[in-house]
Ligand binder design. Structure first.
Ligand SMILES: C[S@@+](CC[C@H](N)C(=O)[O-])C[C@H]1O[C@@H](n2cnc3c(N)ncnc32)[C@H](O)[C@@H]1O
Length: 222
């Protein structure tokens, strides 16, 4: 079952200090992640055991028909979702701050067949912008990366401008609780905080799914 909330119903959820409280989240999260050697990060993101809890097929079903759509995958990493979305017919812009991941994606792209060449592109982005052109993307996906971003209200206000009319942003990240997977609990961000920030960024509608995945929420805003 899916829960549907409208932001107007959420105004009473006073999360006003969230932006301030989490200001240094991004630096901490990137520092934490990059304590591990690059090869280990790749193995970690691509670990076949991840599929058990990440349930990529269920997530893909949740994203709907992607055929012919332009999608940006912010914090694409190894492209765990980018390649799946490309296979579903999307043109995917893989955006990351780390050139090593983008190189990894290009190598993988070139090794899996010519179909991928038209559908996968990479974009090295700064920490504070997804560098989307106005109206460029039908869908923006951000998985396990929201908590890496700083000044999120400004960041996602700009992302919103980068969406087509009718375009959507989907945030998948970890419930703020102890779990066998994900970053330390203090780096995780509660779904109420995410929804409050995205409302401040100008998104008017939200659907939050806390049922599909065992350790993560799927928040869709438009
Ligand atoms: C935990 S990984 C998630 C990778 C991928 N989304 C997945 O689900 O496997 C976080 C990724 O976000 C990237 N990243 C960190 N800060 C970023 C920022 N401000 N903008 C874009 N990407 C960022 C990191 O380089 C890394 O590839």
């Amino acid at each position: 079952m899916k829960y549907l909330f409208w932001f107007t119903c959420m105004l009473a959820w006073s999360c006003g200090d969230a932006q301030h409280e989490h200001h240094h989240h991004g630096h901490d999260a990137n520092h934490h992640m990059n304590q591990r050697p690059f090869g280990e990060l790749v193995a970690h993101f691509e670990d076949p055991a991840r599929d058990e809890w990440q349930q990529p097929d269920a997530v893909m079903a949740r994203l709907g028909d992607l055929n012919g759509k332009t999608v940006m995958d912010i914090g694409s990493g190894t492209g765990y979702f980018s390649f799946r979305m490309a296979r579903a017919g999307a043109r995917v812009i893989c955006a990351d701050v780390d050139q090593r991941f983008l190189d990894y994606i290009m190598q993988k792209r070139d090794s899996i067949g010519s179909w991928a060449a038209d559908r996968i592109s990479t974009r090295l982005v700064p920490f504070d912008s997804a560098d989307l052109q106005p109206g460029e993307a039908d869908l923006v996906l951000i998985v396990d990366t929201y908590h890496h971003i700083e000044d999120r209200v400004a960041y996602f206000r700009q992302v919103r401008q980068g969406l087509t009319s009718g375009g959507k942003l989907v945030v998948i990240d970890f419930f703020k609780e102890e779990a066998p997977v994900g970053p330390p609990v203090e780096m995780k961000m509660a779904e109420e905080t995410v929804m409050d920030e995205l409302h401040q960024a100008g998104f008017e509608h939200v659907a939050v799914d806390v049922e599909t995945l065992p350790y993560q929420y799927i928040i869709t805003v438009w």
